[in-house]
Design a protein around this ligand. Structure first.
Ligand code: 2HG
Ligand code: ZN
Length: 455
């Protein structure tokens, strides 16, 4: 089957082994079956060009695959597609200290990029729980966010250039690592966040920066949901934050049970905020902490005294997603402006408590970026399809609350398959029409990750 693949690649670079197809045919989403025809492992850009040309000639569908840590089904192959894994294009191929640029292949694991930057006395600030397996190409294709966005922005902000093989098999070189380049449409930004629907990112120039001071972490107990925003404003008024995260007590219970972790405070609280900042801001942070206690927004808090303690506090937040995976959670990744967040929280909270009195609802996320992760946990005795059907019934109402505020139905997890049919809650029909036209320009035969992002 697909003989052309065997002409293009060595036997070690093509697999049709069902065990491999089951692994490379999916990401971290649980609702879509893996059903790939083959997985290929290109080693060079030329091989990717050859593959895309072959796919155009023979009308083969290609699904790009990085670390497969996505949560929206963007890298799932359910319809007999060929998975294109970048696992064998995983090297750093250049470093220029004067430009502070690393040139890397798309399969480079995020944590390896972070470690490389550290070894050079520099810092790659985009970080998330999946950094040990996610790959830079996938991060770019989804414009990955994570836990430091409040200070350092998203993946988009760190990509100074990229080489891309478009859906018609043309290799283009975008922006060449320049800081300034006012020569018209910046195609680089079209590919960032395009979820493999326009082309394959085959090389990237990633910007590094100076490392921050040592960091301190506080975890605060906040009894009232919307008061978390008052706490955020109080901190932001007095210091620059590296992170401002939150989680509910239910989320804490799950992560503690899963990883056998200590409770951060002496008694439980309905919500917690995790604040990270430079060590030199400690006096300011302590003063803000006292003011928030006096105001009645915060009831208790803990401050890291060592790097190990900071890491332990971070586990309470970063381990949540993994700790609830076994509950087959129905995921929402919502964003509104910070100024809209207090009322949005009230409305979503009221809606889910009304709609799901019998379900556990797990709240956490990057509230400092206006981004909420709302995970509805499946009761053990409810079949998955019935559970998903019940959640689907409410989704339009949740998305209405998002749309009323011009928010986003996918803040950082992408659209993939999971949010595709709801895209019009966040994008106008005019925008969707233009997005489809762009897709046709870059991928005229519709071979690039078909069915993802756009119908
Ligand atoms: C996180 O912030 C990740 O932990 C995963 O974006 C969120 O599992 C989720 O819903
Ligand atoms: Zn997140």
């Amino acid at each position: 089957m697909h003989q052309g693949l065997d002409e293009l690649f060595s036997p070690a670079q093509v697999s049709r082994d069902p065990a491999d197809l089951a692994v490379w045919g999916r990401d971290w989403t649980t609702s879509y079956p893996a059903n790939a025809t083959a997985v290929v492992f290109p080693k060079t850009i030329d091989e990717v060009v050859g593959l895309v040309k072959l796919a155009n000639r023979e009308r083969l569908s290609l699904v790009p695959s990085g670390g497969r840590t996505g949560l929206s089904g963007g890298a799932v192959a359910s319809n007999g597609e060929i998975v294109v894994s970048f696992d064998k294009m995983n090297q750093i191929i250049g470093f220029n200290p004067a430009d502070r640029l690393v040139t890397c292949q798309p399969g480079l694991v995020t944590a390896n990029l972070q470690a490389f930057a550290r070894a050079k006395g520099l810092f790659y600030p985009v970080d998330f729980a999946s950094s040990g397996s996610s790959q830079i190409g996938g991060n770019i294709a989804t414009n990955a966010g994570g836990i430091k966005v409040i200070r350092y922005g998203l993946t988009r902000d760190w990509i100074a250039g990229c080489r891309v093989v478009t859906g018609s098999g043309e290799l283009i070189d975008c922006n060449h690592g320049l800081i300034k380049n006012a020569t018209g449409y910046d195609l680089r930004h079209l590919f960032i966040g395009s979820e493999g629907t326009l082309g394959f990112i085959v090389e990237a120039d990633v910007r590094l920066t100076a490392p921050p001071e040592p960091q301190r972490v506080m975890v605060l107990g906040v009894p009232v949901f919307r008061d978390i925003l008052k706490v955020l404003a109080a901190f932001q008024d007095k210091l620059t934050l590296s992170a401002f995260e939150f989680f509910s007590d239910l989320a804490l219970t799950k992560v503690r049970a899963h990883r056998d972790l200590q409770s951060p405070l002496s008694s439980p609280c309905p919500f917690y905020a995790l604040v990270e900042f430079d060590e030199s801001s400690l006096p300011a942070a302590e003063a803000v902490f006292e003011a928030t206690v006096e105001a009645g927004w915060v009831v208790d808090g803990v401050l890291s005294q060592s790097e190990a303690q900071a890491a332990a506090l971070w586990q309470l937040r970063e381990g949540i997603s993994e700790s609830i995976a076994a509950y087959k959670p129905y995921k929402n990744d919502l964003a509104v402006r910070i100024s809209d967040m207090p009322d949005f929280l009230d409305d979503v909270d009221a809606l889910v408590s009304r709609s799901y009195p019998d379900f556990e609802v797990c709240w956490y996320g990057h509230i400092g970026d206006g981004n909420l992760h709302l995970n509805i946990l499946k009761p053990a005795d409810l079949p998955l399809d019935q559970f998903n059907a019940r959640c689907h019934e409410i989704s339009p109402t949740v998305f209405d609350l998002v749309a009323q505020r011009n928010g986003s139905i996918s803040a950082e997890h992408g659209v993939g398959l999971l949010k595709r049919d709801f895209l019009d809650y966040s994008r106008s029909s005019g925008e969707l029409g233009l997005m489809r036209s762009l897709k046709n320009v870059f991928d005229p035969n519709g071979i690039m990750n078909p069915g993802k992002l756009l119908k």
